[in-house]
Design a protein around this ligand. Sequence first.
Ligand SMILES: Cc1cc2nc3c(=O)[nH]c(=O)nc-3n(C[C@H](O)[C@H](O)[C@H](O)COP(=O)(O)OP(=O)(O)OC[C@H]3O[C@@H](n4cnc5c(N)ncnc54)[C@H](O)[C@@H]3O)c2cc1C
Length: 296
Amino acid sequence: MQENITLSKYTSFRIGGPASFFVEAKNDADFLSALKFSKEHNLPFLVLGGGTNMLISDQGFKGVVIRSLGKGLSFEDQGQNGLVVSETGNVLPIINQFANNNGLVGFEKLATVPGTLGGAIYNNAHWKDDLLSKHLLWVDVIDPEDRESSVKRLSLEELDFKYDSSAIKTKNLIALRAAILLPKGDVSESKKTYAKYLKSRTESQPYGTLNSGCMFQNVTQNLGPGNHGTSAGYLIDQAGLKGLKIGGAQISEKHGNFFINTGNASSNDILKLAETCKEKVKEKFGVELEFEVKIV
Ligand SMILES: Cc1cc2nc3c(=O)[nH]c(=O)nc-3n(C[C@H](O)[C@H](O)[C@H](O)COP(=O)(O)OP(=O)(O)OC[C@H]3O[C@@H](n4cnc5c(N)ncnc54)[C@H](O)[C@@H]3O)c2cc1C
């Protein structure tokens, strides 16, 4: 257990003050002992994956930050399909590469989402028309409320996946590992598709900047082109907010839902920018934007 560890270097925003306590969890036992410590000291805990979907306050986190670093990966042949069982500290491109190495395809879109499997399960990661929950069979979890602190396997139904949500999020569970079912297929085609998707991201998103992906969730109302809800980026753009700057924080010129730390942004600069977006979008469209990024 380390003390007073600055969190900014663990987030893609490069923002975040100190954690009172910090532990790197490489296996189930590490998670369990960190949780025990947090209970014994009556402190909250926070699981940190890749930090690509978090805004941590400059004041830091007064509790125990558990950095998820379980990297186990295994493969089970199931005829036309294969099962990849991955611990939640693996990032999605590594899982995709492992799947390809075992002849599996179909994870190309999700493999372009930055961050760990744990963060992806928490928010049911999505890109274009793909959703992580479409590929999962089960997830092993720890429920911090469980007095026995045992590891339980949750089925897809129990995981209660929705857009930007899962039981991991709503019940504050810790995800340890998950089973991903993928079909066998043409691996060289899969690699080409993955490269194509990666390129399309660099073209449509502010690649190479300090950001945390989409700040807000898309809304269900049809307020723009298309009839499957409206992207928050479109609403921010239509409200004339692209490029707006407060302190060191800026709304990307390229994508209205990406907030950028231009180098010296405080957590408050980002929050003030977010509040401005919420107000202006509410004024113009009458809808309330909800954070996709976890605010700590
Ligand atoms: C450039 C860029 C592009 C992005 N594009 C997309 C996209 O297309 N689609 C998309 O869905 N997201 C996107 N994101 C957001 C982000 O990458 C995803 O939400 C990702 O899944 C977060 O994973 P993480 O490991 O970084 O999670 P973190 O940011 O570390 O954590 C996010 C949340 O998950 C929780 N968490 C993490 N691990 C666990 C665990 N093991 N058990 C329980 N809770 C856990 C954390 O406590 C926190 O509440 C993008 C981000 C960036 C920077």
